[in-house]
Design a protein around this ligand. Sequence first.
Ligand code: FES
Length: 149
Amino acid sequence: MQKKLISEWISVGVLSERTGVSVSALHFYERKGLIKSQRNTSNHRQYPKHVIRIVSLIQVAQRTGFSLEDILLELEGLPNRARVTLEDWEALGLRWQDELDKKITQLTELKDMMADCIGCGCLSLEKCRLLNPSDTLGEKGAGPQRMTE
Ligand code: FES
């Protein structure tokens, strides 16, 4: 029986099929520097098989709210993109958990501010923390606080 040869390189169509990501999105990822291909002798893009794992990682990160820029920074920090290890994955997961905790805290604060605004509708620059959340000078009173210092 002849052993089936498994290529180390795959086409964009196969990468799309294996990851569930559209071909146009994969091209976009490539333009953003998240994944890399090379051209075969027929001038078609081909990707090393390890890119399947990278694309999966991108999908997970996007689902948890990370931007492609954030993801690119993380990918650039990996010791070896061709071989994402369990340790790499755990380290990424811990960093992302910290980021998610921060986002959850921020969103909870926004939710609390929103609760204060429901039924109010004033949208006052002086009073509304949702409209003007970092108005530290407003605590000193109305008007141009810096002009009076
Ligand atoms: S709308 Fe009135 S406090 Fe935000």
